[in-house]
Design a protein around this ligand. Sequence first.
Ligand code: DAH
Length: 343
Amino acid sequence: MESKFKKLKEEAIMALKAVKDKIDLESLENKILGRKSGELTDLMKELKDMNAEAKKAVGQIANEVKKEIESALEQKKRELSESDWQKSLAKEKIDITAPSLPPFERGHFHPNTIVQRDLEDLFSSMGFLILDGPELESEYYNFTAVNIPVDHPARDSQDSFYIKNHPNWLMRTQTSSVQVRAMQKYGAPLRMISPGKCFRNEATDVRHEHTFYQLEGVVIDENINFGHMKGVLEIVAKHLYGKDTEVRLRPKFYPFVEPGVNGEVTCFLCKGKGCRLCKETGWLEILGAGMIHPNVLREGDVDSKKYQGFAFGFGLTRLAMLKYGIDDIRLLESGDIRFLKQF
Ligand code: DAH
């Protein structure tokens, strides 16, 4: 009898160890302790047929076995009702005497971004859309659509980063690539700017870098003329360098405009007298512009008889360099934190 109880205890403890969830636990509990047909209950019932002496001895063991099984069941119950996060929380300790982490350093914008955002604000106040364009561009949008002939030297792989085994794809060399994309998407009339990164296969030095920023602009409507263009460019120049700043436009050939100009502003350092910054000329060259060539309007599905427009491209990197007196363009893309922290 005694050994029956001990065997039952061992079996019960073994079975309990294997239990994984509450349902199994409940049925095991029933199987052992169930009032009607629990294994232990049945064994206890057999006690009453024994003589008083034996009943006393075995009864004591039986009670111990029962207690042990019950407490093992209780413990298993507790284990199963603790969820995983409670378990890991119980293990976690917080050491309130540990020294605190160093404070987070606040980030800030890159000088190019500061200049870009400032101009985005100005242009959106004049009703311009601000558009993005892909940096990985097709030869069509980068060159063909903006009237750059097939044999133009700018298309040369010495100037452009073409994609290996994909001769019609390159890293855009100018934000002018967004002009025809914008016309095709929004049609005329149109007022938009598109700032962004451009890439050229340059030998780098203090004034040349393979990656730089431009800001393109397009205005198309009925009866748009050269005077509108100069007016907009003057607003930008005065915004950047003060109300006494003047704009000087001189003829320059760009395939996508006719006539085309390069745009200079009064040197903000010497106010036009001539200094080291403007190389004694009194003027700083910051943009290209012109009246949009009809071929470009046509590529953009804009009726070139009904609509005219002007386009301009600012050297955004150049504007940032002028604003902050940066004399080596390579610093801007260097990722050197000592340089960037100054802005
Ligand atoms: N895309 C020209 C460049 O990279 C800049 C430019 C000139 C843009 C004249 C224009 C423009 O929109 O009309 O040098």
